[in-house]
Each structure stands twice: as structure tokens, then as C-alpha cells.
Design a protein around this ligand. Structure first.
Ligand SMILES: [Zn+2]
Length: 300
């Protein structure tokens, strides 16, 4: 077994046993929980060579190209993403990962990067800064992840077993608990090594990844990724259904950048068939048009 294999097993073992947090209560994960995790990992097939693997709000997309597999976003934790990786390999029967592209630098999109250790990680130049700031205070992150997991544990106890609400609380509890373990165990965080300022194109033979920086919007490092050969656009957490903007802190200085990115999307609009957000939701081109309309009308 290689070092990475051992690391994953180690994380997984630790992940499955009781731990004591700074609080008096303990959250316990059993083998039954572990089986439940596997049963709630879902695969959405977009086309012959594109799949979305998701577990609640955790989602990664795998696109099989002639030069290897490209992953879009990598999930909230190494333990869960190691399971998604297995799922991908069971479907594609290969494990040659070429790139991981991060739609932005939030921890729930980059924490699983290290699971695809042979791949080069790609993202906007601000992704590195944004991500590293997140890890400067591990104690704070641990406390916050643990607290969130604990809140979901409470909600879980109040919900009807195996109802959609129960599944929701369960997946959220596991996501944050896994994130907690990563910080606790000093799991490696791989940040983008290939970065760009305005736009970038990756050519993988039969598949092209066209990327543009959106400007500061949901984060400092939001990018849009368009893959013409599969007529798919990835919009990260920029918006949700009906084009509802996922804006965090609007900086008016970026309006020029938004306009440029929206025009860039506009020139591709007639070719786009599938819109995928950063949490595994498949949106429609109407949602995309609504978003473009909202932005151009609200912020110009
Ligand atoms: Zn985000």
C-alpha cells in the first residue's frame, strides 16, 4: 500500500471511532454510519464521460478526456473525497487524473484536492490567498466545524429516520465532522499550483476547458468554466435556481469584470446545454439567463 493509501485508511479509521471534542458531548460514528455514508453517495450521469458524484451538499464532477480525468471541485474533506474517488474509478475503470480545477477557494471546494495527488490543481490566483487564510487558525476552524456537526447531530435526533430531512442532517453532520478530522489530523491541503488572472484555456485533446475570472462576487476567486465539447458550464457558487446570486460582499469596483464575464458567457449561451453549480445541482439555461439579466440590471 502506498503512503496515500495508508493515510486514507488512517483517516477513515479515526473517522469511524468516537472522539472527544472540547465539548462535554461526544459524537460517535459507527460502522452503520459508514455504510449509510456509502448509500448516500449519489452519481448523476451527465453524458458518456461526465459524472457528478455528490453526498448531500458535497459535490465533485469528473470528466473523462483522452488525456486523463479532470475533476471540478474537490469537496469538503479528504475522507469523503477518497470515497468519491473510488466511485469515479468504479465507473470509468481508470485512475489517471490530469487536473483538479477549483471553482473558488472556499474550503468545501478545495479540501479534497490532495486525494488526487497526481493531478495538477488549477484555480484563480486569489484562490491560494483565500484558501490559506482559512487555515491560519486551525483551532478556530476545528471549533467551528465541530459546533456545526453537533448542531446537525441534534437536528438528526429530532428528525424521522431515513426521511429526506434526516438524510440532509446526516450528510451535513458527516461533512463537517470529516472537515473537523482533516484539521485535527493535519491532513494536507493542496492549493492551486496553476493559477491565472483573467482567463485561461486548458487543451486536453478532445476536451477544452475555457475559464474566466468573474470578479469578486461569492468569493474573491470565483471562476466560470465552460467545456464546449460537452456543452457544459460550471458556475461554482455564483448563483442558484432562478439565477439567485450567491453574492457575499459586493465590491462595485468589480462591475467591469462581471460585465466582461457575462458577455463571455453570452457569446457561448446558444451552445450551453447543461449548467452545473458548485454543490451538484443541475440548473437550466433559463437560470443562467436570469442570473446574467439580474447582474446586468442590478449592478450596472
Ligand atoms: Zn462557496
Amino acid at each position: 500500500m502506498n503512503i496515500k493509501g495508508s493515510l486514507i485508511i488512517f483517516l477513515l479509521c479515526d473517522f469511524l471511532f468516537t472522539f472527544s471534542g472540547c465539548n462535554s458531548k461526544q459524537i460517535t460514528l459507527s460502522n452503520i454510519d459508514s455504510q449509510k455514508v456509502d448509500s448516500l453517495i449519489k452519481v448523476q450521469k451527465i453524458n458518456e464521460r461526465t459524472i457528478i458524484v455528490n453526498f448531500g451538499y458535497d459535490a465533485i464532477t469528473a470528466i473523462n478526456t483522452e488525456q486523463g480525468i479532470v475533476i471540478i471541485d474537490a469537496g469538503i474533506s479528504t475522507a469523503l473525497t477518497a470515497r468519491y474517488r473510488k466511485t469515479i474509478e468504479n465507473i470509468f475503470h481508470q485512475d489517471d487524473y490530469e487536473y483538479v480545477i477549483n471553482t473558488h477557494g472556499h474550503h468545501d471546494h478545495i479540501a479534497g484536492n490532495s486525494i488526487f495527488s497526481q493531478a495538477k490543481v488549477v484555480g484563480h490566483e486569489f484562490c491560494r490567498k483565500e484558501s490559506s487564510e482559512r487555515w491560519t487558525d486551525p483551532e478556530k476552524s476545528m471549533t467551528s466545524f465541530y459546533k456545526i456537526a453537533e448542531d446537525y447531530q441534534q437536528k438528526l435526533q429530532q428528525s424521522v429516520p431515513n426521511s429526506p430531512e434526516w438524510d440532509d442532517n446526516f450528510t451535513q453532520k458527516i461533512r463537517y465532522l470529516s472537515a473537523y478530522y482533516d484539521v485535527k489530523n493535519h491532513a494536507p491541503v493542496i492549493l492551486p499550483e496553476i493559477t491565472f488572472t483573467d482567463s485561461m484555456k486548458l487543451d486536453l485533446g478532445d476536451t477544452t476547458f475555457e475559464m474566466i475570472y468573474f470578479g469578486k462576487f461569492h468569493s474573491n476567486s470565483d471562476i466560470v468554466i465552460y467545456v464546449p465539447e460537452i456543452r457544459t458550464i460550471f458556475i461554482g457558487d455564483l448563483f442558484s435556481k432562478y439565477g439567485r446570486p450567491g453574492i457575499s460582499d459586493l465590491q462595485s469596483t468589480d462591475v467591469v469584470k462581471y460585465t466582461r464575464a457575462i458577455n463571455w458567457i453570452g457569446t457561448r449561451m446558444n451552445y450551453i446545454e447543461t449548467v452545473i453549480d458548485g454543490h451538484g445541482q443541475i440548473l437550466s439555461t433559463d437560470d443562467l439567463k436570469d442570473f446574467n439579466y439580474n447582474i446586468l440590471n442590478r449592478y450596472q
